[in-house]
Design a protein around this ligand. Structure first.
Ligand code: GTS
Length: 261
């Protein structure tokens, strides 16, 4: 806990510095000087499901931040509806995965919130932005990736396919599901246009916004909704993303630390 507090103080110092400086290179150098020792961090728990697209987002963030060793995974079986049972709802009112549990008993749900927390620990916010401008653009693009792609595919999965099975999918509206599928396809074209102009979703470097679109394309594979062949920039970007170790190893990441519920 002590180091975590130190990490957060350092994060604030780094943020103040960056606020005064418009020079990203300089800010990276300063942030990299922060003396952060992840082995002193109290062990955290991630409640998730190993193949889930949303859990993938936090697993990728963990690996990008090199924090895998500080986490124990707790498997919550979506197909048995464990995420809708009272024990889990006490951890996350929304009944969704993933959830981060801190050693002081705090539960943090929502992929973006968890990513922001993990990213701030070492004072070097490489995923969520260093300057106010970067933070704003990354947040916007990540939210857009949820609205226009990932969440839309999720609605399609739960409403217009068998989803998690009849015991979990107690209300389905296929028409709404198909509309959301079409919205996701439009979203793919939008992100293709973005990537025709810049190498990453929020600009010149990899960020949380890329992770959110990756989550969307992982979900698209699960529901067999291929990226349209004409979306060449999006396809080329995804091929690059799939080569990142954080993306490649996301499912096997939990094996050494897996705990049962
Ligand atoms: N807004 C939430 C977030 O960003 O964390 C959405 C989380 C979410 O929908 N998670 C999925 C879930 O719990 C997990 S997975 O489908 O990707 O594995 N779905 C179960 C359900 O019943 O909605």
């Amino acid at each position: 806990m002590l180091s975590e507090k130190k990490g957060l103080t350092n994060a604030l110092l780094a943020y103040n510095f960056v606020y005064q400086s418009a020079d990203r290179q300089e800010s990276i150098m300063i942030s990299d000087k922060i003396n952060f020792d992840p082995t002193k961090l109290a062990l955290m728990k991630i409640h998730d499901w190993h193949t889930g697209p949303y859990p993938a987002r936090v697993r990728i963030a963990l690996a990008e931040k090199n924090l895998q060793s500080r986490v124990q995974f707790v498997s919550v079986n979506l197909y048995k509806g464990e995420h809708k049972k009272a024990a889990f709802l006490a951890k996350n009112y929304s009944g969704t995965l993933p959830v981060l549990e801190l050693d002081d008993g705090t539960f943090i749900a929502e992929c973006t919130a968890i990513t922001e927390y993990l990213d701030a620990l070492d004072g070097s916010t490489i995923l969520t932005g260093k300057t106010p401008r970067e933070k704003g653009v990354i947040h916007m693009m990540s939210k857009r990736a949820e609205l226009e792609l990932l969440d839309a595919i999720s609605v399609y999965f739960h409403h217009a396919t068998p989803g998690l099975g009849p015991d979990v999918e107690i209300y389905q509206n296929a028409e709404w599901g198909f509309r959301q599928r079409d919205k996701a396809l439009r979203g793919m074209h939008y992100f293709d246009a973005v990537l025709q102009k810049q190498p990453f979703i929020a600009g010149e470097f990899f960020s949380m916004a890329d992770i959110t679109v990756i989550g969307g394309l992982i979900f698209a594979e699960i529901v067999k909704l291929p990226v349209p062949a004409e979306c060449l920039a999006l396809l080329a970007w995804y091929a690059r993303m799939e080569e990142r170790p954080s993306v490649k190893n996301r499912v096997t990441m939990s094996e050494p630390n897996q705990a049962s519920v």
